[in-house]
Write a protein that binds this ligand. Sequence first.
Ligand code: ADP
Ligand code: SF4
Length: 692
Amino acid sequence: MMNVNRYAVLFEPVQIGPLIARNRFYQVPHCSGLGHLRPQAEAAMRAMKAEGGWAVVANQETEIHPSSDLSPASEHRLWDERDIPALRLMTDAVREKGALSAIELVHNGNHSPNLLTRAPVLAPSDMSIDSLYPKQARAMDKEDIREFRRWHRSAAQRAVDAGFDIIYVYAGHRMTLTQHFLLPEYNNRTDEYGGSLENRARLIRELLEDTREVVEGHCAVAMRFAVEEKRGKQGMQAQEEGRAVVEMLAELPDIWDVNISDWSNDSATTRFEPDDGYQNEYIKFVKDVTTKPVVAVGRLTSPDMMVAMVEKGIVDFIGAARPSIADPFLPSKIAEGRIDEIRECIGCNICVSSDSLGIPIRCTQNPTMGEEWRRGWHPEKIEPKGSEEEALVIGAGPAGLECTMQLAKRGYKVTLAEGSDELGGRALRESRLLGLNAWQRVADNRIYDLKQRANVQLFLESRLDANQVAELDIANVFIATGARWRKDGVGRSARKPLIPAPDMILLTPDDIMSGIFPDNGPVLIYDDDQSYIGGVIAEHLAARNLEIIFVTPAGVVSPWTTHTLEQARVHASLIEHGVDIRTSHMLSKAGAGECEVTCVYSGRQKTIKCRSVVLVTERQRNNSLHNTLLAMRHSGELPGVKTLELIGDAAAPGLIADAVYDGHMAARNFEMDPAHAASQIYRREIPSLELI
Ligand code: ADP
Ligand code: SF4
């Protein structure tokens, strides 16, 4: 039995201005792709965190005025009083579950392109806007600054009216006007808002004072501030101006929420920042400079590290965005000593990708994230079983493990058969590649759970064929047999197979993950998948001192990773590893000792000497077992099988997050009548036709 008292310090109440937070767990603001377009989903998602034990639950950045319009991204919006009811949904729901709610007011300055409102874009100085749209921001004059302060004050008042307890002033992520004023690179003004640090920080001071006045001591005022930019002398440094700003404004806010900038540094992935608590070295000075409570983040999932951070005086609150997404019940699990049940964030940033894609948030570890309202899913609760029938799950990758776990939680007796000698499928295989070690947590969490359950039987080295499935005669069969990488070059850019010369060695990511490596170089990696795996394999092989040529039809290396905030790092890492990068080229021939590549624009061909090729193009579904079983069922050979469902990568190869989600959905919904299921996909938030 775990000694729960070991973590008692995490459950002490802490004062924030006029308020008391019930413990030290603080969900800092994070984007969700729900926002003003999906306010009911947003409210339900935030309320789930409150139910899971977080003392403070913040919303996401909330635009204060039409000149800060992030469309088509769906953040929150508080342009006028008509936006209050949508936000009140959240504050009511969060309060009902015993937590304080916080709102992150923002003006995004030149980071907001104002594509919906077509309002002028504002900045400290004339400059291009921060997105690829041919438009420039204009320098704010004194009247603009007065107006801006008025907008912020009015928004703060509306936030009070919407029921928020904590109101933010936000200068971080290189995305906010206040931070732009602070950075000399953005601010070349010669008036009292430019020049000295005191002048550049003036606007932040004014907003803090204005907000204090508006809330009149009834709400707390939070300052979210990026103390460091990780750009050396070119940017803000924690020990230079970062510290000076905190010193200057030390006692003005009721709480300091500190982090590092830009977003890719703040929400660093485990691939590039493997250690939890990676922001501590930058933010640790803050508590020495202010008497106000401090909250900070850094993918904090280990309760021991949390305790150490509080006891060493680094923070007062354990801040979390991603750990609270992966496990909304993290505080409750620690409180109850259920440490092994924590679903640890793997630091993959699939949640982040939802924001740039403008879609509801999703998470690799937590398939219920973003589904609280529209599907009514709860991360810790599931409907009890609908019958006494048993279930058979074939394949123990992310889809099979999740499906088995949820079926078992529902009370079904489940048999899980895995063909190989290990549980985990691609989560385990991919975790063996350089930088992806933390992905193993997808398997670990589920295997731990399954091993506690008496109603689950796990069989390794049990590659089932259709006759064996028929003999088992189990009513509900879920086939999660995964997918394998193609070896014929077919992919996005080529629908016809490549015919290689007989002595050219062709490999796939599956070979590399199984430990089959090219003997020596040069190795040509052909990435037509264009997600993350091609870049990972290039790093993995380059780290073995192989000479690597990376060829991709894309214009940049691993373009998908832009959405996970990694693309620039991937490209830099390949350069660091000495990889020869050739973008905008297709692989057209794999000859004897050399390959021919063709420019996707000009059709010009080049020859590249290489001894082997790793083809990262497309995956083929392992669906033959399913096809055979379907045929048998059709001819009446499987009388006892009621459900025959193909799930995960075997149904549609995608992200690990998609496979987990699919396994989860199957376990929840398989008893639904298909006609009913189709009409009940999920609840939708349909815009009102009322004229307002
Ligand atoms: P997913 O991402 O959909 O979970 P994976 O490729 O990660 O898919 O996992 C599929 C798993 O299924 C692998 O561990 C593989 O060994 C296993 N498998 C494939 N075919 C069979 C089979 N016929 N019987 C049992 N296990 C199988
Ligand atoms: Fe963590 Fe990945 Fe989930 Fe985001 S999607 S919370 S990074 S596990």
